[in-house]
Design a protein around this ligand. Structure first.
Ligand code: AMP
Length: 542
């Protein structure tokens, strides 16, 4: 027997239509590429997104077409999110920090018919355009005043000129909720990036999940600043989730240094922000160097790579900002778990609470998890046994665009490539990326645990731990670390700092101090690059 409820499709265009109706005067504030502040409301954004849908159609682009962007977090990028997905086409947000070859690969693989890009990326696009085989239209996301006098791109179009030629009399079409909406390529440390194709349905369901009180706890009370870029897993869905709940949005544009982010947080009374640990490192350094505090920020989402407990402590103890440690991946839209406390844990003493928060968090309804051993046998949720983490749910990828890499699923579960424990309360803790875990004497050492200890030392700014070949033990860990400006610590002192915090055989074999650590295009430590850099390094113990 079927239920007798309406079968209305879950469409992205309904998010912005709803925001216009219910939160029409709530602001969307952007710091532009040019450096000034742009302000308008959900009502204005909705009108402009409809106008933009007419622009896109006017260029001859149709439902199902893929349309690329190379853009920062800003209102025009937000309009593109809604115009493109709302008309039934697919927005392909390309990460401009990727190698040029990868950008070309992605655009050609997606068969993008148009490319919208910020002024910052004009030189890059001019260089790449001859190789972008499928792109017919190049649109610079600026106004007439900022258009270049001449460009290597013939028929370079101006976003605001195109907008001026249309009106906002556009009705969002209704279509199947499974229709593709957005396309993000995974960072892909090896091989070519692979395309993850979100649907309208998966995006709306994910936004519901992300907004839940035990996830990001978002509401119309909030002013939200996504530092995480709109080209990194849809800024962790904030452009959809904030629209769903009517939160004010604050876009930082390319201004991502500690001072700019801090000033914008204060000026726009931001209550929640989100980004990878490296960004927060810059912000925390700015706060301590200038002895300033937040007046409105009360929580921050930190994910993308493990958030060191020292960072959680600093935010909470020094600045009164609650940290939501979150885990996910591009293939998961991206949210999987968030580290919010249950009532029973809120009653624990501070150290015990911090131990819970250092984990990557509990699954959101919509994300089922399990851990399995090497043979695929399910492991218990005891917080001790660690194994390969698999996930399942309506906002998790079932495959990659054009079937690249074959069928990724194992009995209907998506293998995350992460190694984790899950405790009896459902809190998952990432031990490592399976490629990064250090195998010593047949046992595993967690590089994340060692990194967390290293950055807990007052003189260490950032640290990476990698495994180095060892004739007897297979691999042994070494710490590669950056010291904080004006602080000093010796190799021996840092090694001593590990004593009593880990099993003896986990003790790193060496410490190497460096000026800089390599990061990927999404701001994660690039262990791959680091392993290459240290390929000739010999352990003192070997
Ligand atoms: P991406 O799809 O580029 O966002 O990468 C996803 C991967 O980032 C995950 O599979 C994890 O290995 C890693 N990751 C994301 N969030 C966390 C976290 N909070 N702690 C540890 N690793 C994380």
């Amino acid at each position: 027997m079927h239920g007798l409820m309406m079968d209305t499709p879950l469409l992205i265009s309904d998010l912005i239509r709803f925001a216009d109706r219910n939160h029409g005067d709530t602001e969307i504030v952007s710091k532009t590429v040019e450096g000034d502040i742009h302000r308008y409301t959900y009502r204005d954004a909705h009108a402009r997104a409809r106008r933009l849908a007419k622009v896109v159609q006017g260029l001859g682009l149709k439902a199902g077409d893929r349309i690329g962007t190379l853009a920062w977090n800003g209102y025009r990028h937000y309009e593109l999110y809604y115009a493109i997905s709302g008309m039934g086409a697919v927005i392909n947000t390309i990460n401009p920090r990727l190698f040029p070859d990868q950008i070309v690969y992605i655009s050609n693989h997606a068969e993008n018919t148009a490319l919208f890009f910020d002024l910052t990326f004009l030189p890059l696009v001019e260089k790449l355009a001859p190789q972008l085989k499928t792109v017919k239209h190049y649109v610079l996301m600026t106004d007439r005043a900022h258009m270049p006098a001449k460009s290597a791109i013939p028929k370079l179009l101006c976003y605001e000129d195109l907008m001026a030629q249309q009106d906002d009399g556009y009705e969002w079409p209704t279509f199947d909720e499974h229709t593709a909406a957005a396309l993000c390529y995974t960072s892909g440390t090896t091989g070519n990036p692979k395309g993850v194709l979100y649907s309208n349905r998966s995006t709306v369901l994910h936004a519901y999940g992300a907004a839940l009180p035990d996830a990001l706890n978002l509401s119309a009370y909030d002013s939200v600043l996504p530092v995480v870029p709109m080209f990194h897993a849809n800024a962790w869905s904030l452009p959809y989730t904030c629209t769903m709940v009517g939160a004010k949005m604050v876009f930082p544009g390319p201004h991502l240094d500690g001072k700019s982010v801090y000033d914008l947080i204060e000026q726009e009374q931001v209550t929640l922000s989100a980004g990878v640990p490296t960004v927060w490192l810059m912000l925390l350094q700015h706060l301590s160097a200038n002895k300033v505090r937040f007046s409105t920020l009360n929580r921050t989402v930190i994910g993308g790579s493990a958030c060191p407990p020292a960072m959680i402590r600093s935010f909470q103890d020094d600045y009164g900002v609650t940290v939501f440690h979150a885990w996910g991946m591009t293939e998961m839209s991206p949210l999987g778990t968030v580290g919010t406390l249950k009532a029973k844990q809120a009653k624990l003493d501070k150290e015990a609470r911090y131990a819970v928060q250092a984990k990557q968090g509990r699954g959101i309804f919509g994300v089922e998890m399990k851990i399995v051993d090497e043979e695929g046998k399910e492991l218990p949720w005891d917080g001790k046994r660690f194994g390969n983490l698999l996930v399942k749910g309506p906002w998790i990828a079932a495959g990659y665009l054009k079937g690249e890499g074959g069928d990724p699923l194992i009995d209907g579960w998506f293998p995350t490539g992460d190694v984790a424990t899950i405790d009896a309360d459902g809190y998952m803790q990432i031990t490592d990326r399976s490629k990064d875990v250090i195998k010593s004497g047949g046992e595993w050492i967690s590089s994340i645990d060692l990194e967390n200890i290293a950055v807990g030392h007052p003189a260490i700014a950032e640290a990476a731990v990698i495994g180095i070949q060892h004739p007897k033990w297979d691999e042994r860990p070494i710490v590669v670390a950056i010291k904080k400006p004006g602080q000093d610590v010796s190799r021996e002192e840092l090694l001593k700092f590990f004593e009593g915090k880990i099993a003896k055989w986990w003790m790193p074999d060496d410490v190497v101090f460096v000026e800089e650590l390599p990061h990927t295009a999404t701001g994660k430590l690039s262990k791959l690059t680091l392993r290459q850099t240290f390929s000739d390094y010999r352990l003192p113990t070997a």
